[in-house]
Design a protein around this ligand. Structure first.
Ligand code: FAD
Ligand code: FES
Length: 353
């Protein structure tokens, strides 16, 4: 028994210590080991790993992303799991993000424009004297609010020479930050951000065809990853599905259609869930369109990003269609960890006095 718990990753043999009260994910990040994650709140399941030896507890949020079947198969959520002693874990590692340290920087709003009725586009530039953020396409950043809370947003462009960062911000009804972005934020205003975050990044260790599925502003990181593969000149087939409630909500449809015209191995499918607002486009749920066109996903890599309801509906369907779980890469656009913790605590009848 060690003075602090040691986590060993079975496939790579790498080990790292976990400080008292720290989660497995926090300890891994401190040690420079990149485990997959998205919501950091125990709800999306993208960090899921298998516990081979040892025991964990969940003093923060309960592991809501694990159902009874997953728990019976010793699944754990490293973003919430605090070890009770040494652990042996079967976990995926995302080597490509490992050598990029996250950091904070000041940015200036260089442009603000309306993409759709409830979506604002922002272009942020590093503030004077700031270095540009090193990052990979598809990663996200946290906007740091003055009271210490954070709001996560995916970066919609790949790394740029001038350090510019593009965001697509959907206005959430009753949401503090996104209402402020929509109504108050102006060009020239300054923000503080931290990044890069997340492991939703291009995987280049395969020749398999790729499917990209986005819901609403989930198009943002998918755009960055697709643009990366186009710039690489990949010959791998790419099928892009973008779903939204109305045709007007597919706010960069012209860009996706242009890709489909100009890139021989890329096909684009727009899918609208509200038939009355489809303007002649295909109707239905976007993950059902993917499954209707590709009933056998065994030979694919699949990237998806968007609202939690879409991710939750698609996940079991894609696995049932033969997609191996380790080739399903996703970011679920959950609310920020502080809001999810408050909602979960309220749901469980727990109150901080
Ligand atoms: C990895 C990741 C990437 C993301 N990328 C994007 C992106 O590119 N584009 C995008 O548009 N979105 C993205 N999101 C989602 C985005 O972060 C949220 O929509 C945003 O944080 C909302 O912030 P807000 O301050 O406006 O709303 P919040 O103030 O956080 O409120 C959110 C909702 O919760 C309710 N609420 C707040 N507090 C409580 C409480 N205590 N109890 C009950 N209900 C409460 C509010 O009324 C509101 O409906 C991403 C999320 C993640 C996790
Ligand atoms: S459940 Fe762990 S990152 Fe979402």
């Amino acid at each position: 028994m060690h003075p602090v718990p040691i986590v060993t990753l079975k496939s790579s043999g790498r080990q790292f210590p976990v400080a008292i009260g720290e989660t497995v994910l926090e300890a891994a990040q401190r040690a420079g080991v990149a485990l997959p994650y998205s919501c950091r709140a125990g709800v999306c399941g993208s960090c899921k790993a298998t516990l081979l030896e040892g025991r964990c507890e969940y003093p923060r949020n309960p592991p809501l992303a694990l159902d009874a079947g997953a728990l019976a198969h010793h699944a754990v959520l490293p973003c919430q799991a605090v070890p009770c002693g040494d652990l042996l874990l079967e976990a995926r590692e995302v080597a490509s993000v490992e050598d990029i340290a996250r950091r904070q920087l000041g940015v200036v709003v260089a442009a603000k424009w309306r993409l759709a009725a409830d979506v604002i586009g922002l272009r942020l530039l590093p503030d004077r004297g700031e270095r540009r953020l090193r990052r990979l396409p598809g990663q996200y950043l946290d906007v740091l609010l003055e009271d210490g809370r954070r709001r996560p947003f995916s970066i919609a462009n790949g790394p740029q020479r001038d350090g510019s960062i593009e965001l697509h911000v959907r206005h959430v009804a009753g949401g503090g930050f996104t209402s402020w972005v929509s109504d108050v934020l102006e060009v020239g205003d300054r923000l503080r951000v931290e990044g890069p975050l997340g492991t939703f990044v291009p995987r280049e260790d395969s020749e398999r065809p790729m499917i990209f599925m986005a819901g609403g502003t989930g198009f943002a990181p998918v755009k960055a990853i697709v643009e990366h593969f186009i710039a690489l000149g990949t010959r791998r087939p790419m099928r892009l599905y973008w779903g939204a409630r109305s045709a007007a909500d597919l706010y960069l449809r012209a860009l996706a259609e242009q890709w489909a015209r100009e890139v021989p191995n890329l096909a684009f499918h727009a899918v609208v869930s509200h038939p009355a607002l489809a303007e002649g486009l295909r109707t239905g749920l976007v993950h059902e369109a993917v499954l209707a066109d590709q009933p056998d996903l065994a030979g694919h890599d699949l990237y998806m990003s968007g609202p939690p309801a879409m991710i939750d509906a698609a996940h079991p369907g894609f696995l049932a269609a033969g997609l191996p779980e380790e080739r399903l890469y996703y970011d679920s656009f959950e609310y920020a960890p502080d809001v999810l913790a408050a909602i979960i605590a309220g749901r469980a009848g727990i109150h901080d006095d």
